[in-house]
Design a protein around this ligand. Structure first.
Ligand SMILES: Cc1cc2nc3c(=O)[nH]c(=O)nc-3n(C[C@H](O)[C@H](O)[C@H](O)COP(=O)(O)O)c2cc1C
Length: 277
């Protein structure tokens, strides 16, 4: 699991400065603690992560049940809040999980090898230069995903789009008549926005997982928008005080767990006929 900046132990002496990076715009800051806010993109302090040479993300192979993906540009924004709510339910239910905020990772755009030659797009992905191979491995290893996205122009965030485009190498296994890695797994989708477009965004995300052979949990989509009559500066406060977002998010996570615990994946393995576009 990832630690938040609040949890990072400050064991250095005051003279030893840490370098902090805004995960949204890349602004760098030196200091014992991250700045109160980013002077460039105006993100709050919670968007800062320690800067420095980072090893590419690796999956250690340890089994876990649910992969939680916060697809927002903001690791600790409104989508991050929904991901926090999801984590709370998973903890309460004793379900093993890992949560990742995509803004903290290097996820390159899809090279679209498939568009050149079908056989060129296969698993593992040809692009091994970023963090996506570890996410591929975790998608294959986990039993369920919970994906969170803000609405950006009636669709998912660009960062999540890049992530989902990169799952084409797993989907294309079915076209190439190779054994699949993802069929029968369970998906839940959480969406937040300012005014509208939540259903379309959820359906766009769902289409991707459907083509990977996932099963959408019953009542597996929760969405909440604040309202165009309000200033977006008030969105964060609204989401954190809204009772419905808590109830619906917790419901989706509950329903994902219930479906996952039915063991559909083991039961349908090898029995499904892949029908993909
Ligand atoms: C580029 C951009 C496009 C957006 N488009 C929409 C939209 O089409 N519909 C909507 O309801 N909200 C839209 N929003 C508002 C965000 O969905 C909303 O602020 C969301 O809660 C932000 O989540 P975050 O804190 O995880 O980034 C847009 C925001 C941005 C920056």
């Amino acid at each position: 699991m990832l630690i938040t900046t609040d949890e990072i132990p400050h064991t250095k002496s005051p003279e030893q400065k840490t370098s902090w990076r805004c995960a949204v715009c890349g602004f760098l800051f030196e200091g014992e603690k991250p700045p109160k806010g980013c002077p460039v993109c105006h993100s709050p302090s919670s968007e800062f992560i320690p800067n420095g040479a980072r090893e590419p993300l690796r999956y250690d192979g340890e089994k876990f049940d649910v992969l939680v993906i916060n697809g927002s540009t903001h690791r600790a924004g409104n989508s991050g809040y929904m991901a926090d709510l999801a984590e709370a339910v998973l903890r309460e239910r004793g379900v093993s999980y890992r949560r990742y905020n995509v803004s903290e990772y290097a996820i390159d755009y899809c090279w679209c090898c498939y568009a050149v030659r079908a056989e060129s797009c296969s698993y593992p992905c040809r692009n091994k230069n970023d963090d996506m191979p570890a996410f591929h491995a975790m998608l294959a290893a986990s039993k369920a995903v919970i994906v969170v996205s803000p609405i950006n122009w009636n669709g998912m965030s660009a960062r999540l789009k890049a992530f989902l485009d990169r799952t084409t190498c797993m989907e294309n296994l079915f076209h190439l008549n190779k054994p699949g890695l993802t069929e029968g797994k369970v998906a839940g989708i959480l969406i937040c926005g300012h005014e509208d477009g939540a259903i379309k965004t959820a359906m766009d995300i769902w289409l991707n997982f459907q083509q990977l052979g996932y099963v959408l949990a019953p009542f597996g989509i929760a969405f909440r928008t604040h309202g165009s009559q309000f200033n977006s500066s008030t969105d964060r406060e609204f989401f954190r005080n809204d009772e419905l977002i808590v109830r619906h998010t917790r419901g989706v996570v509950n329903n994902v767990i219930e479906m996952m615990q039915l063991g559909i994946e083991e039961n349908v393995k090898g029995k499904l006929v892949p029908v993909t576009e």
